[in-house]
Design a protein around this ligand. Sequence first.
Ligand SMILES: Cc1cc2nc3c(=O)[nH]c(=O)nc-3n(C[C@H](O)[C@H](O)[C@H](O)COP(=O)(O)O)c2cc1C
Length: 193
Amino acid sequence: MIKYVLLLIFFFWSNQGFAQKTVLIAYHSETGNTEVMAQSVEKGALSVDGVSVVLKSVDDVSNEDLISADAIIVGSPVYNANVTPEISAFIASWPFEVQPLKDKIGAAFVTAGGISAGEEIVQMNILQSMLVFGMIVVGGPDWTQPFGASAVTGEPPFEVSEQNEISEQFTEKGFLLGERVAKLVKSMNSVVE
Ligand SMILES: Cc1cc2nc3c(=O)[nH]c(=O)nc-3n(C[C@H](O)[C@H](O)[C@H](O)COP(=O)(O)O)c2cc1C
C-alpha cells in the first residue's frame, strides 16, 4: 500500500508542477548599472523557497537556458529610448518554431541615465517582444512599478558613482520584481494548451 502512495506522490510531484521551477535573469550591462539591478532581481527571486535562479549576461545564455526556464526576466540599459543592440540581438535569437517559450512568465527591468528618458518605453519594448513569443508578461507587485523595475543612474539626485551604487529605492524595486516572478512561477502548475 505504502508503495502505491509513494508512487502517487512521485507522479504528482513530477507532472503537476511540484518539480523545482527556474527563473532565468538575462541582462546586458556595459558599465555595471544593469548588472547591479540584475543582482537585486536575483536576490528577490532567491528569497522565495524552492525556486532556482540562473543569472547570466545575455552573451552566456543558451537556447537550453531559455527553454528550461519557467520564467525569463530580461534587463537592458536604455540606449536612445530603446533596448541596447545586444538585447535586441538576444531577443531576435530566441527560438520561435513550435513556440518553446509559450506560457513562460516574462518580466523586464532597465537602467537609464535620465528620469523619464526612456525607461517605460524600453520596459514595454521587452514585454511586447515577449508577447510575440506567447509568454505571460507581468510587472511589479504594485502601481509604483507596473512595468517591472527601473533605475535612474545619471541624473541628480540619483547619479551613481563609479561603484555603481544605485539608489536603494530602485534596487528594492528590482528585488520586489524578482520576488514576484518567483512567487508566480512557483504557484503555476501545468499550463493549459
Ligand atoms: C549610447 C547610449 C545611449 C543612451 N541613451 C539613453 C537614453 O536614451 N535615455 C537615458 O535615460 N539614458 C541613456 N543612456 C544612459 C544609460 O542608459 C545608463 O547609463 C545605463 O544605466 C547604463 O547601463 P549599464 O551601466 O548597465 O551599461 C545612454 C547611454 C549610452 C551609452
